[in-house]
Design a protein around this ligand. Structure first.
Ligand code: PDD
Length: 290
């Protein structure tokens, strides 16, 4: 069964799927994206992801390429055609195809590409052993709340992490406060058991998993505080973890050369991970029961 991609209204064999050389996403990174976890046939937090897509498009004044409901149906059809049940749905909208000129084209139509990539179920050792992060300077622009495809600093940061045998890089602002990971939000747990993550603002992406964790933490009676925390505070934290749609809640057990607490994933991180998996398992099936 070949993989299938969606390109502007057509379902095309993935290896043949292509966009025009003058797509503005390709030339200017003039576009936005979303990643939705397809977990055992469930599209996790689909509506919040599409709400964020709507916001990103609005901030950049890109029109929806198709009506939101049509995108939802096309995404389901793509999932159906690809036949696997666990993977990542990638949705990308660019300002469209036009002769290269920085200002907005007057007659281009927004372009929509969607793919689905199978992924293995969450590796148990990541939950049980945690991952390492490195810290780097945050070199990004002032609108990180827009989920733009312009990801060069994130790419360089993730590469720096990989070269240091780490899983993620946490970016720090000029004052030494952690903003977020290159593709995840950053969290710590303080000595008194309070969850801390940076407030949503233009300097981070308001993660959908981040929002879900805040909700689940409230249900579990865990204290939650949105405030900046520094790299120095993170090194001393009782627990640290990261969150995103592909890896939910992933404990962090080392930051640069410092082992966090006793080097094992903390109990709150593990409990939140498990609660998040329960939440995913209780989400509705994307294609119904059939
Ligand atoms: N990244 N911060 C950044 C910079 C991100 O790129 C992401 C997600 C997150 C977490 O957001 P969410 O919980 O909505 O996945 C935070 C996706 C997974 C990616 O680029 O692949």
């Amino acid at each position: 069964m070949p993989r299938v991609a969606y390109v502007n209204g057509r379902y095309i064999e993935h290896r043949r799927a292509a966009v025009h050389v003058e797509d503005r996403g390709y030339q200017f990174a003039d576009g936005v994206y979303e990643v939705i976890h397809l977990y055992r046939g469930r599209l996790i937090d689909e509506e919040p992801h599409l709400d964020r897509l709507d916001r990103s498009l609005g901030e950049l004044r890109i029109a929806w390429p198709v009506a939101r409901a049509v995108l939802g149906l096309a995404m389901r059809e793509l999932v159906r055609r690809n036949r696997f049940t666990t993977g990542l749905v990638y949705i990308q909208v660019t300002r469209g195809v036009a002769p290269r000129d920085h200002k907005f084209p007057t007659d281009a139509r927004a372009a929509l590409v969607m793919t689905v990539r199978p992924i293995p179920e969450f590796p148990a050792e990541m939950r049980d052993e945690g991952v390492t992060v490195v810290t780097i300077d945050d070199l990004r622009w002032a609108r990180c709340d827009i989920k733009s495809v312009a990801l060069l600093p994130n790419v360089l940061g993730k590469q720096a992490a990989a070269e240091a045998d780490a899983y993620e890089a946490w970016m720090c602002d000029a004052e030494g406060f952690v903003t977020e990971g290159t593709s995840s939000n950053a969290w710590i747990v303080t000595a008194d058991g309070t969850l801390v993550t940076r407030p949503a603002g233009p300097d981070i992406l308001r993660g959908i998993t981040r929002q879900a964790i805040a909700r689940l933490a409230a249900e579990m009676g865990i204290g939650f505080e949105e405030r900046k925390f520094s790299r120095a505070e993170a090194l001393e934290a009782r627990e640290a973890f990261l969150s995103n749609s592909s890896h939910f809640v992933t404990p962090v057990t080392r930051i640069d050369d410092t082992v966090i607490a006793n080097g094992k994933p903390g109990s709150l991180s593990a409990a939140l991970h498990d609660r998040y998996v329960e939440f995913m398992n209780s989400s509705p099936l994307a294609l119904g029961r059939g």
